[in-house]
Design a protein around this ligand. Structure first.
Ligand code: F6P
Length: 358
């Protein structure tokens, strides 16, 4: 086969290991491999596609980013864009495509599959919000970055008796906040799935300052904080898939300002931002990325195109792209509730129950 591989959406550690997995498996089956540059942009008329050589994928497992480049280009957004992609796949004689990406990239892949393109999706996102899979490339490394940042912030928070408000990525799903936050010993974690009232947050910080004299609060960028004014959205910060650049909301800063004003204690803000998307991939991200990349090639050979390489326990199984596209794997309420026993002195539900009690 002549296999094309692309990476789309936000970059993250582990992508290069996946590309290597694709290439090595393909070569072992006597396939040719073409690298499509900068996501779907590489398959539009002025895009770039080149042969991948053994040298191209040599020594890249531990490198962050993606050697193919990436973008948030949405061919479905432009007039005739999907037809252009199909035409260019034909022009390059690509008969099997591996699309490594998150919800947006996999959504485009699903639409191409409907048009008869032989495409296999590989799940990637530090947000960990792709449904039907236990593994998304990049999440493990990003969660480690969050935990390590909190380890560093605990000491300085304690020394200065301050409240540290740490903003982590997570548009709709709070996986990074809850996993990284619990591992790093945050005493309050706010996630997009569970709107939090600023009064509850302040009450928590007050209690915590009384008992420990410092506090470390983790907040996912997409969290709704009731009682704080929402900033207006600038049209220039909306990408081709319709996503607002959430870092511009400055949610951590606005929470910290409020806490400082109401409690009269010092707060500091750390926005982890794109640090979460960089650095050396963890062992899990390297190992699993190689496996899902190489499984994608097997899926193409075994007539399992139109699917995603989903990890379920120790197996990699095909899940139809149509069942993945447009769906989000959110943190289940019971998991947040269970986690909150560890990071809150009193859980939200306990408080609600006490308030309701006669
Ligand atoms: O989609 C993954 C993600 O890391 C989100 O958590 C975050 O909101 C977004 O990417 C940031 O993207 P960009 O690189 O375009 O600023």
């Amino acid at each position: 086969m002549r296999i094309g591989v692309l990476t789309g959406g936000g970059d993250c550690p582990g992508l290069n290991a996946a590309i290597r997995g694709v290439a090595q498996r393909a070569w072992s089956l006597q396939d040719e491999v073409l690298g499509i540059r900068h996501g779907w942009a590489g398959l539009l008329d002025n895009g770039e596609v080149n042969h991948l050589s053994r040298d191209d994928v040599h020594g890249i497992i531990q490198l962050s980013g993606t050697i193919l480049g990436t973008s948030r280009t949405n061919p479905g957004k432009r007039e005739g864009g999907l037809d252009e992609v199909v035409r260019n796949l034909g022009r390059h004689q690509i008969d099997g495509l591996v699309a490594i990406g998150g919800d947006d990239t996999l959504g485009v892949a699903a639409r191409l599959a409907e048009r008869g393109v032989k495409v296999v999706g590989v799940p990637k996102t530090i947000d960990n919000d792709i449904p039907h899979t236990d593994f998304c490339i990049g999440f493990d490394t990003a969660a480690n970055v969050v935990a390590e940042a909190l380890d560093r912030l605990q000491g300085t928070a304690r020394s200065h008796m301050r409240t540290m408000v740490v903003e982590v990525m997570g548009r709709e799903a709070g996986w990074l906040a809850i996993v990284g936050g619990m591992a790093g010993g945050a005493d309050f974690i706010a996630i997009p799935e569970v709107p939090v009232s600023i009064d509850d947050l302040v009450a928590h910080v007050r209690r915590r300052l009384r008992s420990r004299r410092f506090s470390v609060v983790v907040i996912a960028e997409g969290t709704e904080v009731i009682g704080i004014e929402k900033p207006p959205v600038r049209p220039t910060t909306i990408d081709e898939f319709g996503h607002v650049r959430l870092s511009e909301r400055g949610i951590a800063q606005r929470v910290a300002d409020h806490v400082e004003r109401i409690t009269g204690t010092e707060t500091r803000v750390t926005v982890l931002g794109h640090l979460q998307r960089g650095g050396t991939p963890t062992v899990r991200d390297r190992y699993m990325s190689i496996l899902v990349g190489s499984a994608a090639v097997d899926f193409l050979h075994r007539d399992m195109a139109g699917s995603m390489t989903a990890v379920k326990g120790h197996e990699i199984v095909p899940v139809p792209l149509s069942e993945v596209a447009g769906k989000t794997n959110l943190v289940p309420p019971q998991l947040y509730e269970m986690g909150s026993r560890f990071f809150l002195s009193m859980t939200m539900s306990e408080r609600a129950r006490r308030r309701a009690a006669p």
